[in-house]
Structures are given as C-alpha cells and as structure tokens.
Design a protein around this ligand. Structure first.
Ligand SMILES: C[S@@+](CC[C@H](N)C(=O)[O-])C[C@H]1O[C@@H](n2cnc3c(N)ncnc32)[C@H](O)[C@@H]1O
Length: 159
C-alpha cells in the first residue's frame, strides 16, 4: 500500500520531526509512506472571510496537484466523521482488499482545507471537535496509521 500524507507548509519543530520520523520508520514494515509538503500562503491576522477562502483555494490547488485520479483521499477535518482506531484499520484493510493501493491523507494549513479539496475527498475524518495545530496533526496521524496496521495484522501494541 502506498500512503501519502499531504500537508501544508514546512515542518519546523524538531520534536515533531523526530516523532514523525520514528513512526514513518515503523510504518515502513507495512506500507510505503511519503510525506508531501506543499507551500503555504502567509496568513496575516484580521483576514476577511473572502481572503481566507482565497488563501484556502490557493493552498487547495497545490494539494489537488499532488493527488492522482486513482487515489483514495481521506481529508482530515474537524467537522468530519469520527472513527475509532479499529474503524481506520478496517477502512485501510478494505481498501487493500478492493485493490485500492494509493491512499492520501490530507491535512490543511492554519486556516483549514478548501471546499474543492473536501469535495475531492472520499472521506472526511475528524480526530475530535478540538482544533489541533496542523503540524502536530501530522504526528497524531502517523501514530494512528501505525496503530491501524498493528490492529489489522493482529500484532501487539499499546492498549
Ligand atoms: C489548525 S487546523 C485548521 C483550523 C481551521 N479553523 C479549520 O476549521 O479547519 C489545520 C488542519 O489540521 C487538521 N485538524 C486539526 N484539528 C483536527 C481534528 N480535530 N480532526 C481532524 N483534523 C484536524 C485539519 O486538516 C485542519 O485543516
């Protein structure tokens, strides 16, 4: 399975980089995982709603440019559906069973994902109603994808 994690902006924090590298390394036993960063737009304070929408669309076009037609897209969105870790494992397992080998998880930038990205997504996944920083979201996601593979393979992991 080829999993790409498409996100906005360069990751700056060393502790997040280390955590992501650790889980990506662990995940390499189960899947090819690729982290794709697209350029972010400057998001000054006090932007109007129109400016926010324009910014999202610009970043959204860059995200869509990284997604192939045959890719199954799971967008991370606060207002999306909440799944258990077991449900994520089941989804990935079913995608593999149906021959869907290209999966992209998409994480928005500081102002979120554009409507066009959300429309392209096959599923919208919420990790809770709380807002997480987009860079921390990458680490949470890779841990959950790793956990999903451990569940799928029936291998021991933390409870
Ligand atoms: C700082 S948040 C953007 C906040 C923005 N106000 C919004 O409503 O999307 C940046 C990105 O992180 C991801 N994210 C943050 N919290 C999340 C959550 N609880 N569940 C799923 N994704 C989340 C989403 O992809 C979001 O676009």
């Amino acid at each position: 399975m080829n999993i790409s994690i498409i996100c906005v902006g360069k990751l700056k924090e060393k502790y997040l980089k280390q955590g992501i590298e650790e889980y990506t390394k662990r995940l390499s036993a189960y899947a090819n995982v690729q982290l794709i960063e697209v350029a972010d737009e400057k998001a000054p304070e006090n932007m109007s709603q129109t400016e926010i929408q324009q910014l999202k669309e610009k970043e959204g076009e860059r995200i869509l440019g990284k997604i192939g037609q045959d890719t199954h897209v799971i967008a991370l969105a606060i207002e999306g559906n909440s799944w258990t870790s077991e449900r994520l494992a089941k989804e990935l397992d079913q995608l593999a069973t149906y021959g869907k080998s290209k999966i992209a998880f998409v994480i928005g930038g500081s102002v979120g994902l554009s409507d066009s990205v959300l429309k392209r997504a096959n599923a919208q996944l919420s990790f809770s109603k709380m807002t997480f920083p987009h860079q921390l979201m990458r680490l949470i996601l890779v841990e959950q994808v790793y956990r999903a593979f451990k569940i799928m393979k029936n291998e021991p992991y933390h409870k």
